[in-house]
Design a protein around this ligand. Structure first.
Ligand SMILES: [Zn+2]
Length: 371
């Protein structure tokens, strides 16, 4: 973290070419097989090797790598693309909108607008840049695939505020720790009950369609309905994440304006499932799924502040003040008591968030994984 941290994200951006521009693009797009200058067979071998290196695929059926490499090769090799680099294109801004200015041979320049609603990285695009990219066509649509450096707000001369975030099924909690004052200066609680309610409503609809049947007993239209209900659940969760992240960023921006860095600290996803000890009737599997945590981390990482991950070991059972083991009690086990410091009826999730904030700040740098 000593130097400015830059993340690269490979993003796909939808383009909206005019009819005339489409014609020019179509004339210039190359078949991947021609662009790569390698045969289908060689390509398939590479993919097969790559697939075998993947631990999940390795453990699955031995033919999976064969099947994947074959399918993937066929799809990719017949795709159409146009490679872009600093010599033949530039991202420009005109009338407040981003466009891709591409110079085709000979001496033909076209400016293709970027579709704003389809691009969550729109705010991260920097004009007059030409990151390695290519245009590809899928169906009737044209896309730009580009590696964007997501520049983080980080200045090595500033003090960092560490924001520990504890994601729960009922409430998300964030605590802002200032090492200069050794104080937790700000807590943010995000109530998940409305989200939990919406998810349960949608899940009930799924159950009504399923009526306890297995998926092969369902008709195609029933399967479609269930699929779209599940998509609905995912959207509800993403919307919730977005609202919580907006609150966090608003607070982070204030600290940045005051001359601090802000570092978000999350628990490493690998330890997450271990934390479910008891299933109670109000348990919402969706809000405790790895997908949910992963999505949150990804969404937060697209923002301007660095995100770091700590080992979640003991974050919920030790006292944030003295490190002693705490007593956990109360309805749904949401309270803690520390006999050493005399804390009583203290919010367990807030205690966890504070531990998380301090675990990165403390001398635990060895256990921190940057990504
Ligand atoms: Zn204590």
């Amino acid at each position: 973290m000593e130097k400015e941290k830059i993340n690269y994200k490979s993003v796909v951006i939808k383009l909206v070419p005019t009819l005339e521009q489409k014609k020019i693009l179509d004339r210039n797009l190359l078949k991947v097989v021609k662009f790569l200058e390698i045969s289908k067979r060689e390509f398939q071998k590479l993919i097969w090797k790559k697939a075998r290196e993947d631990s999940e695929i390795k453990e699955a059926h031995s033919r999976l790598a064969d099947l994947l490499s074959q399918r993937f090769t066929n799809t990719v090799m017949s795709n159409l693309l146009y490679p872009l680099d600093c010599r033949n294109y530039k991202v420009i801004k005109s009338n407040g909108w981003y466009k891709v200015a591409i110079r085709f041979n000979p001496k033909k320049e076209v400016c293709i607008p970027i579709s704003r609603p389809d691009c969550k990285y729109y705010g991260e695009i920097i004009e007059n840049t030409s990151y390695p990219a290519f245009i590809f066509k899928e169906g009737a649509n044209y896309f730009l695939s580009m590696s964007i450096p997501l520049k983080k707000r980080w200045d090595k001369n500033r003090t960092s505020i560490y924001v520990g975030i504890d994601l729960n099924q009922r409430k998300h909690v964030a605590s802002f720790y200032n090492p200069l004052t050794s104080r937790y200066e700000k807590n943010i609680f995000f109530d998940l009950r409305p989200i939990d309610k919406k998810i349960k409503e949608l899940q009930r609809k799924v159950n009504l369609i399923q009526k306890g049947r297995r998926s092969e007993e369902l008709s195609d239209s029933e399967k479609e309905k269930i699929k779209s209900l599940y998509e609905g659940i995912k959207k509800v969760i993403q919307k919730g994440h977005g609202d919580f992240i907006s609150k966090l960023i608003k607070e982070a921006d204030k600290y940045w304006e005051k001359g601090f860095n802000v570092v978000f600290v999350l628990e490493d996803l690998k330890g997450i499932t271990k934390r479910v000890t008891k299933r109670d009737p109000s348990f919402n599997g969706w809000l405790h799924s790895k997908w949910c945590y992963h999505k949150f981390a990804i969404m937060l990482e697209t923002k301007a502040y660095p995100v770091v991950f700590i080992n979640p070991k003991n974050t919920s059972i030790k006292c944030h003040k003295c490190g002693s083991k705490v007593k956990i009690y109360g309805k749904h086990n949401r309270l803690i008591e520390c006999s050493t410091c005399g804390y009583k009826d203290f919010n367990r999730d807030l205690n966890a968030a504070r531990n998380i904030a301090r675990m990165y700040k403390g001398d635990n740098h060895g256990m921190v994984r940057l990504r």
